[in-house]
Design a protein. Sequence first.
Length: 639
Amino acid sequence: MQDKAVAAIGRLALQKSGQAEPYQLYVENMFPGAGVNYDVLLAVFSFTTEDSQLVCRFEGVDTEKANETSYQKYVYRKGAANGGDVTFTTKAGDLAKKLNTLVGNQVKKAIALCRVSNYQYDLGMLLSLQDRLTNDYDTILLALQNAYTLMDKKRQQASGLSFRFEFDGERKYLADFPIFQQQVLLHGTSGKSEKYNVTSQGTNQLCSICLENKPLLHGFASPFKYATVDKPGMVSGFFSRRNNWKNYPICSDCSLDFEYGQKYVAQKLKKYFYGTSYYMIPKTVRSQDKEVLEEALATIDSFEYILKEAGQIRFAEDDLMRLLGDSGGGDAFSLNLMFFEENPTTKAIKIKLLLEEILPSRFRKLFSEVPGKVNPNPLYKGVDGTSKDPSNLTFSFGLFKLFYEDDFYAIVNDVFVGQPINRLTLYGRFMKIIKDSYFNTSFVNKVPQTPKLLILKAHLLLNYLSQLSLITTNQTIHMQSEELTEEIRPDEKYGRAFDEVLFRQFVKDNIGAFLQNDAQVGVFALGVLVKLLLNIQRNKLNGASPFENKLKGYNLNAENLRTIYRETLDKLEKYRKPGKRYDELRQIISDYFIINSHRLSLMPNNELSFYFVAGLEMAYKFRTAKAQTQEELDDQTEN
């Protein structure tokens, strides 16, 4: 985690919130979820000076409404379960017990702190108050209980107890006195040096955040719960927790910025990316560039993750990344992305992936520029969505989530940092999902993922990764380029079940990203041929296609493919008139599959299976656009 970036965010947020006093960071709202207002019972005391002595009188009980904006004046902070809360403000309940604890504990602690901190005015006020609380204890308790019983049960369950003081008619609350401010501040920061019954703090050393020499440094000041030091190996100094300040020294000033920054990050910079939680934390290139940081935070904060379009809800995971890339601010700031899992009970977080200092230009490349190059491919037009509401297939990181469900963090890391991705690993990922879809139709966002659609999505991912130059391969491309310049032949009377020109144009358009070498083209072409055979069988056998049983559940190797080729030709000869059709496709297979047959054994099975299935599912792309092909008419005549 970039501690300096989080502290800078906290510093800016503190300035903008108008929270000028550090103690205010540690004041808590007694009932933040109780609605707009809740009741606070106030024991009211007046102070007058008589014969040079400050005299305190109990004036009765008043009730005020507290809310999200007024709670600060009561200076409430929860304390230990057996020692009462930190100041005089506490939650109502058993008022006798509450008042007894206050008189016997809280008042004495406040008086002692006044003497240590030399708060002479507050000390005089508290000594006079202590005398009045002791002498009028029963009267004060009865007045509080009477006011409490006037509330209904619902109001009682969300009510507090505090004090109000009056000096010459001027009302004052706990927040108006330095002693109570100091109590809350000390309690809020005590955990920064004390933990596990150990005190860890240093003096006159460098702070790890501001890099300045500071008189006091805390050893447990990180507000993030992932920063644990209770396990061996997490601290310096031979596993001595007492020496943790050497491992993670944070001064008091930076600890306030850091804590407020953590709260801001958790509340406003937590986002979601295809089911995973992450924090998006901006960091300026120049540490003092407050305007740039403010603009980056405003951009992130204004983003709507859930969008409603035409009555439909859409999750806009990629949109924020695209927005930051296209923001026009240049690379004046970078972004840290921390993907994590949070324990719902303890709120402790486990970091799954940390991407540091990703520039907006990288977001622009990943989410705007490269998708802008690959999305217009006509292969992706009108193939996504439902048959009633077709849409174009476009790139999103949801494609990686589809094929990398069990290892999403790793692929996100590789793509963001530009780590090369092995092409053969991709084939294995593709085939796992594609094979499943043949036997169990899978769904994404309630949309069926057919093998045909999955092949196109795999094609799109290969295209995307190729544009990013992230796909690695040890194979040499040997395409027969002179055969790819054939002119488009004139329209024929009928459409064609296989058009050689369309096929060769596809090969030409997909050299590099999708098709790497002649052997792949041959296997792809064999898949097209088998698809033609399956279509003929379904036509002649009332929808049945028994040859599909010979495809080994799409777990294919080189020998399987050679056998499939021979048996496909044998079946075609039985079903069709000899020597009449598919000669062009058979010639392509001869040029690419047969000639390169010796290479097939060198190719992994997933690669062979992928290109065979790709040809099988994309065979429809190589038909001429006619209502009915001559072959189909012949089939019907032969029946």
